[in-house]
Design a protein around this ligand. Sequence first.
Ligand code: GLN
Length: 262
Amino acid sequence: MTVAEALLASGLEAREARLLLARVTGFSEAVVLASPDRSLPSEQENRFSELSARRRAGEPVAYILGEKEFYGLRLAVNPAVLIPRPETKLLVELAMQAEFSSVLDLGTGSGAIALALKRQRPAARVVAVDASAAALGVAKRNGIALGLEVDWRHGLWFDAVRDERFDLVLANPPYVAAGDPHLADLRFEPASALVAGADGLDAMREIVPRARSHLAAGGWLLLEHGLGQESAVRALMQTSGLEEVQTWPDLSGVGRVSGGRA
Ligand code: GLN
């Protein structure tokens, strides 16, 4: 079978099929793209059809490959962590617009946000927390692989930071409502990183009221949230006494991050 035949037979979306075939052959994606007529050894053909079957059964490509790129970083991922999403770049970009010498990432998962910020601002002190020891293991390994120093802490939200204060507190917490039909598509990912009560706001209600006492004067709390949650998140921020409370849209024009400052 040739490369082109294998890609077609996979029944997968072209980009995903190329990524899986690149893994199996050891070629880059560009070489796969440029060599449709190359014939595949049968063991590679078999391996590719195994990986394609996993993808057709709904497993995300990032878990099959064990990695995902985020903000120019190649991150190891496994089912203990949420796969970093392109929309989360907004949180990093907003953070980069602020002046900060210390930052706290709550619910760090693979470490994506903390590591992206440490890469961009090497002098900043970056602390990252996760309640899942398995997730924190993935994040730590990513930090080591990338040579980026983050202070990783195991615990639930602010429990892991006692009375420390930060110039920036960020989180991409779980924000999907428990009955959301969209969860069927996310079934390979950890529910603890996705689901937050009947309305998807349980994590916001745990984080927002405690944020002010962990922010330095003028420091920002920035939270990623779901479609239609911005007014509820902003109300929580206003009630907790944060100022300049506002929402920023992501690339598709959806209110995606809300924030306020101490
Ligand atoms: N953006 C994710 C999704 O809906 C949810 C991430 C989250 O709950 N933090 O696919």
